[in-house]
Design a protein around this ligand. Structure first.
Ligand code: MD3
Ligand code: FE
Length: 222
């Protein structure tokens, strides 16, 4: 049976009793959603993902300039960038092996927070050293731009910036801390956003310092 086109799902009621802050229409910030034990368990899962799918350094399509953020993925698809462009593909760019599966704990977070009837297909793992950043951009490499994106922050706090779907529009800055969950749905799905800097020494979760951000994404249209 074909799945009928559905409108962008409404914001979920506060899961686990954590009230979200709606920082822009459809952008829901669940501060301290994960306690320390849940963060540590997720970190162990992601260490295993990185052991199977080593961090790679993406490069800008036009200039071949390396990103300061290192990346990996899990799930049937993973986001990569090189001189051929930005894209999702089912295998690691260096090892050519399939990406490892999305850990069950992350699938459970999608079920709890995303209010999306279809499962995520990609989890992008962004690893920020103390001096890494991510310039203002939109996420629009996904064929399905109606599904939400779910972000989980681990480690040092990020000074994160989010605007509107107009690059020249006003932006606001948020400090995304370890254990925060951020859901981008509705009009905010196409908001420009980036990471201005990492605030060193703000978390003890990662012994090496820095930050890991996980984003769960739906890629293909139903
Ligand atoms: C707003 N990552 O991987 S997560 C990215 O902290 C990315 O690593 C940042 O931007 C990071 O593409 C931000 C929060 C986030 C993720 C996806 C979004 C915000 C978003 C998609 C649309 C609008
Ligand atoms: Fe993004």
């Amino acid at each position: 049976m074909p799945v009928p086109a559905s409108p962008v799902p409404p914001a979920p009621a506060a899961p686990l009793g954590v009230a979200p802050l709606e920082v822009a229409p459809g952008a829901l910030w669940y501060r301290e959603a994960l306690d320390r034990a849940a963060q540590a368990a997720l970190l162990a899962d992601i260490r295993a993902v990185i052991a199977a799918a080593p961090l790679f350094v993406p490069t800008m399509p036009r200039t071949a300039r390396p990103f300061s953020v290192r990346m990996s993925n899990c799930g049937p698809l993973g986001w990569v960038s090189d001189t051929s462009g930005y894209r999702y593909q089912p295998f690691h760019p260096d090892t050519r092996l399939p990406w490892p599966p999305i850990p069950p704990a992350l699938m459970a977070l999608w079920a709890t927070y995303a209010a999306c009837p279809v499962p995520p297909e990609a989890c992008l793992v962004n690893v920020y050293a103390a001096d890494a950043r991510m310039s203002l951009h939109q996420d629009r490499d996904e064929a399905d731009l109606t599904a939400p994106v779910l972000s989980v922050s681990l480690g040092d706090t990020a000074l994160f910036r989010i605007g509107s779907d107009d690059r020249r529009g006003a932006t606001r800055s948020l400090k995304l801390a370890s254990g925060d969950i951020f859901l981008l749905s509705g009009p905010s799905r196409l908001a420009f956003h980036g990471v201005d800097r990492i605030l060193g020494g703000t978390s003890t979760l990662l012994p090496e310092g820095g930050r890991i951000n996980l984003t769960l994404r739906r890629v293909t249209a139903a």
